[in-house]
Design a protein around this ligand. Structure first.
Ligand SMILES: Cc1ncc(COP(=O)(O)O)c(C=O)c1O
Length: 364
């Protein structure tokens, strides 16, 4: 029997979560982070579904161009900015905001031939040590950008928080303080917060917040569930039982024969595997939900299937629907059992998995 493996994308949950952002940061504009195909939820679908936000952030220029060409009119921020001089005119023609995170980009700007200045955000490295200019150089760089005549003034200012998912970390206050110190006297709009930042550090919300994971209903904090923040999962990953067999005590299940039955067991084979985006590193005991009962993974995950022990649930039939994560089974639990994070699981759903859209798109 063929499996019915699909993800449900719940646009009403997306809108609900956007409402939580709005009420949590009522004085800020919202830049919805929809990079990497909106964390696997479908970039265009999410952009259309999020009618109430003020702008979008993507990682790369081509993502931004796709949005503009599809008719998106709002602010679009390209988080990595530009890497080559010939990309800069596209920021003008598509009216995109660029992140400037290195002095090298200022040299590129100076050599670019553009008709109008671009809208730019100077990214300051306050502790993430990924992209961003050093705090001590911010005032000098802003002056250089002003002299270049290639950016709209005043230059906007941003940073990114490294540890905001942990409320007990002191790093976030340190990053916020360093940001404030480094921009002393500069008047551009500011943006500091991702999802956990905006929920946990209200004084850092500033002009724009940049939520990603909370829009999709993932937990922003490492030790607090999404439902505690009233967030609803947008993605529910489903498949079906495609086989049932009884194995005797001592039988091995799956590749490598790594799992050994310690008694006679009923094993259900589910028609989903790492070829669909279910993590191959999910460990024995990772739960799937069949009806309202949890059944533990046994053996290794294969490309197209995985096995669970359903000995306790004799009423199971081939064709029964199984939830891998989403509604009623938090994705964070599956991520933890697989040595990863919800972000990676959401982004990893492969193309062969059907997307079933629930909830109304705006305008429908
Ligand atoms: C610069 C930047 N801002 C905001 C976000 C959104 O973060 P989160 O999904 O944790 O809300 C990201 C995500 O990686 C990011 O890179």
């Amino acid at each position: 029997m063929a499996s019915d493996t699909h993800v449900i994308i719940d646009l009403d949950a997306l809108k609900h979560n956007a409402g939580i952002v709005r009420s949590s940061a009522p004085n800020s504009k919202i830049m919805a982070v929809i990079k990497a195909d909106a964390y696997g939820h479908g970039m265009m679908r999410v952009a259309t579904g999020l009618s109430d936000v003020d702008g979008f952030a993507v990682a790369r220029l081509d993502e931004a161009i796709t949005l503009r060409q599809a008719g998106v009119k709002k602010t679009i921020l390209v988080l990595t900015g530009f890497a080559k001089v010939d990309e800069i005119p596209q920021f003008v023609s598509y009216d995109l905001d660029a992140v400037i995170h290195s002095e090298h980009q200022i040299e590129l700007l100076n050599s670019a031939r553009i008709q109008r200045p671009i809208s730019a955000w100077l990214k300051i490295n306050t502790g993430m040590n990924r992209l961003g200019v050093e705090p001590s150089s911010v005032v000098r760089i802003c002056y250089a950008l002003e002299l270049s005549g290639k950016v709209r003034l005043p230059v906007k200012l941003m940073t990114h928080l490294a540890c905001a998912d942990d409320m007990s970390s002191t790093a976030t206050e340190e990053q916020i303080a360093l940001f404030d110190e480094s921009i002393n006297g500069l008047t551009g709009e500011q943006s500091i917060c991702n999802s956990s930042g905006l929920l946990g550090w209200q004084h850092a919300q500033r002009h724009w917040v940049r939520p990603g994971i909370m829009l999709y209903g993932g937990a922003p904090f490492c030790n607090r569930s999404a439902s505690e923040d009233k967030l609803k999962p947008v993605m529910t990953f489903k498949s079906t039982v495609i086989g049932l067999r009884t194995v005797k005590k001592g039988a091995r299940v799956g590749y490598g024969g790594t799992w050994l039955a310690d008694r006679t067991c009923l094993i259900a084979t589910i028609g989903v595997g790492y070829g669909d985006g279910f993590p191959r590193h999910a460990t024995v005991g990772t739960p799937v939900l069949i009806g309202n009962q949890k059944a533990p993974l046994v053996g290794r995950v294969s490309m197209d299937s995985l096995n669970v022990d359903v000995s306790e649930y004799r009423q199971i039939k081939v064709g029964d629907m199984v939830t891998l994560w989403g509604n009623d089974l938090a994705i964070e639990g599956i991520a933890e059992k697989s040595g990863t994070i919800s972000y990676e699981l959401m982004c990893g759903i492969t193309d062969r998995v059907h997307r079933v859209i629930k909830g109304a798109m705006d305008g429908e």
